[in-house]
Design a protein around this ligand. Structure first.
Ligand SMILES: Cc1cc2nc3c(=O)[nH]c(=O)nc-3n(C[C@H](O)[C@H](O)[C@H](O)COP(=O)(O)O)c2cc1C
Length: 392
């Protein structure tokens, strides 16, 4: 079946998901809906038939073309961003390791999400496990199709995540990124460097060789200054240590680096120069935008989705300016408010080939990437038709 006939299927899906969203999802709090999704991922991870079916069926629905970006060949331009498949929180590494060795699924979605959605970034994983923040940590802003979160890097820690995923590595997809975050609250740069490298080594020692690694320098929902790790000297040191560790093992796995929105033009320019110097292949722009949380203005919660779009677009424009000016071999992976064909097109107009999305999964459902790609294709088709008419 051609993708044009699949447009009818996507049309039906779009209306069905919109109805489901209005009747059910929007009536649950964002947090409850998220917990329900994580619970169902645990169940779906155990259904191998579903994995095979979903992969084939979903791929057939999308008009996506393969692309090369950030040193990686991707079957489609849209990648699920870090933050969904990141695992349970633990208060100690011993507990996390015991759970990883037991029959418990400590990284819900590890199996079904790549099968259903294609390329995906797992994590963020920090050196040690984290419980994340207490209370309500996720909100929706429906009017701008935004999400706000202060999950606070809840995860099982790199050692337990690596152990768990290592035991299942034959079942992991090839289009996988692993996102490692700097440890919040650690001020000493030497310790930061050791922790980032140790985290990386846990995955490599388990024989986990993803298509790319992402170093997350930009989590706004922790006790840290979110911009602290994006200072020149620290960025150079952390990225350099990461790349050296891969080089010492003769591994050509590309490094992507995830950065914040809202930095100054000079800071984006400086980051591009550092990335080019040390050999970073792509910059993931951006993480969420720090804003006061809806429940307690004294707390910060990162804004993603429609409310982030303009800030990310601005960041991408500054990054691109410096990439062109310095002729750097770095791709930009846009991540901020990609919710439909038009928002993705705005990034493509700035030379972006690959992008990541999170909020679109909530507002447009599991076939979000196929919908966005189909809206792009429809746009291109209309453009071509109009263009050929004007030429005739
Ligand atoms: C609930 C939630 C958890 C997230 N956790 C992480 C994370 O652990 N690491 C990370 O790099 N980004 C994380 N993010 C940020 C997303 O990866 C993405 O950068 C952000 O949501 C912007 O994309 P969007 O506009 O498509 O939502 C998280 C986002 C949400 C909504």
């Amino acid at each position: 079946m051609s993708w044009r006939s699949n447009r009818h299927v996507l049309w039906f899906y779009r209306h069905t998901y919109t109805a489901l969203y209005e009747l059910l999802i929007s009536r649950l709090s964002a947090q409850r809906a998220h917990e329900a999704v994580i619970g169902s991922l645990r169940i779906m991870d155990r259904a191998p038939l579903l994995h095979r079916l979903s992969g084939t069926e979903v791929k057939a629905l999308s008009p996506a073309q393969g692309i090369e970006a950030g040193g990686v060949s991707l079957s489609q331009a849209l990648v699920l961003a870090a933050g969904l498949v990141k695992g349970d929180g633990f208060s100690s590494e011993d507990d996390a390791l015991r759970a990883a060795e037991s029959t418990r699924n400590i990284v819900p979605g590890w199996r079904i999400i790549p099968a259903l959605l294609g390329p995906v970034e797992f994590g963020s994983f920090t050196r040690f496990p984290r419980m994340g923040n207490d209370g309500t940590v996720l909100w929706r802003r429906e009017s701008s199709r935004s999400l706000q979160n202060r999950v606070g890097l809840k995860n099982p820690g790199a050692r337990a995540a690596a152990l768990f995923l290592g035991m299942r590595k034959e079942l992991l997809p090839s289009e996988l990124g692993i996102n490692i975050a700097v440890s919040p609250g650690v001020q000493d740069i030497g310790q930061q460097e050791r922790e980032v490298v140790e985290s990386l080594e846990f995955f490599l020692d388990e024989g986990l060789l993803p298509a790319w690694f992402t170093l997350n320098l930009s989590c706004p929902n922790t006790e840290d200054d979110p911009l602290g790790h994006q200072l020149e000297a620290e960025t150079r040191r952390l990225c350099g240590a990461f790349i050296n560790c891969l080089a010492q093992r003769s591994l050509a796995i590309p490094l992507w680096v995830k950065i914040s929105p809202g930095l100054s033009a000079e800071q984006y320019h400086a980051l591009v120069r550092i990335f080019a110097d040390v050999g970073v292949k792509a910059v993931v722009a951006t993480n969420t935008l720090p804003e006061p949380s809806p429940e307690d203005p004294a707390q910060i919660a990162g804004l993603g989705g429609g409310g982030l779009f303009e800030s990310t677009l601005d960041a991408v424009a500054h990054l691109r300016e410096e990439i062109i000016r310095s002729n750097a071999a770095i791709d930009i992976v846009a991540c901020g408010g990609i919710l439909d064909g038009a928002s993705f097109q705005a990034y493509r107009d700035l030379g972006v080939k690959a992008a990541q999305y999170w909020s679109a999964l909530v507002y447009r459902g599991p076939l979000a990437a196929a919908l966005i790609e189909s809206e792009l294709s429809a746009h291109e088709y209309e453009y071509e038709a109009a263009h050929s008419e004007s030429l005739a």
